[in-house]
Design a protein around this ligand. Structure first.
Ligand SMILES: N[C@@H](CCC(=O)N[C@@H](CS)C(=O)NCC(=O)O)C(=O)O
Length: 250
């Protein structure tokens, strides 16, 4: 189907999950628009009426009257509806199911563990070494799984499935892009023990779709006066942020 009306993407600009969806939409060349709102409103109307779970992203597609949340479901919908030329998927039995397997690993493995790593390493006001260590180790374990698989592919086919890029590869980009922050290492050291992951990631972030997605992110972050970690400029952690919100209510 060729979409004629813009898909509405509800998001709060900082977090990685929304950019997983925006990147796929950009790759597919589907028209879309942002409904960008503040993270502190994620569990309130109007967004809670779109996603009762109060997590971004969600999409509303006026071409089909479908509202969806959960990135795994959204990506599979976009692919089934708007990738007729198989730019980002295979329809063969084996490759199709392997793509779903990797997407499932992303949403159940990489996403939650990297997310918790970000919480305990960056945002949580109290630094708990055992929690930071657990999630940083889990992050490295997951990178290790990707590394082993990519290293086993022929040199000119280093994608998760088949011999070209799919939505499965793309789904890993936003969280992998933050590994330096999550591990607290310089940007050029983030994939130090994972050379195949590094090469794979660098190929994907050089694509026009990701560059454009990140330009949109920078603009939407700026609109809300947010710093790189997603908190307002000048606010170091969640404790300070909550304090500033309370002061605003007084
Ligand atoms: N499993 C969800 C995760 C979505 C998610 O956790 N989004 C974050 C932003 S990156 C969020 O909305 N968090 C709100 C909260 O923690 O209350 C998906 O894949 O869509």
């Amino acid at each position: 189907m060729t979409p004629t009306k813009a898909i509405r993407v509800w998001l709060t600009p900082p977090g990685p999950n929304s950019w997983k969806v925006v990147n796929v939409i950009e790759e597919l060349g589907v028209p879309y628009e942002f409904v960008s709102f503040k993270f502190e409103h994620v569990k309130s109307p109007p967004f809670i009426n779109i996603n009762p779970n109060g997590r971004v992203p969600a999409i509303e597609d006026p071409n089909t009257d479908i509202t969806l949340w959960e990135t795994g479901a959204i990506i599979q919908y976009l692919i089934s509806q708007y990738d007729p030329n198989k730019l980002l998927h295979y329809d063969t039995l084996k490759e199709h199911n392997l793509c779903i397997q990797w997407l499932s690993f992303q949403i159940s493995g990489q996403g939650p563990y990297f997310g918790q790593c970000g919480w305990f390493s960056v945002l949580h006001p109290e630094k708990i070494p055992s929690a930071i260590e657990r999630y940083q180790n889990e992050l490295k374990r997951i990178l290790g799984v990707l590394e082993t698989v990519l290293a086993s592919r022929p040199a000119d086919q280093q994608w998760l499935v088949g011999d070209r890029i799919t939505f499965a590869d793309l789904s890993f980009v936003p969280y992998n892009d933050r590994v330096d922050v999550l591990l607290g290492v310089p940007a050029d050291k983030k994939f130090e023990s994972f050379p195949h992951v590094k090469a794979w990631h660098e190929k994907m972030i050089a694509r026009p779709a990701w560059i454009k997605s990140m330009e949109h992110r920078a603009r939407l972050m700026d609109e809300q006066g947010l710093d790189w970690h997603g908190l307002p400029k000048g606010v170091a952690n969640i404790e300070e942020f909550e304090k500033s919100l309370k002061q605003g209510e007084e």
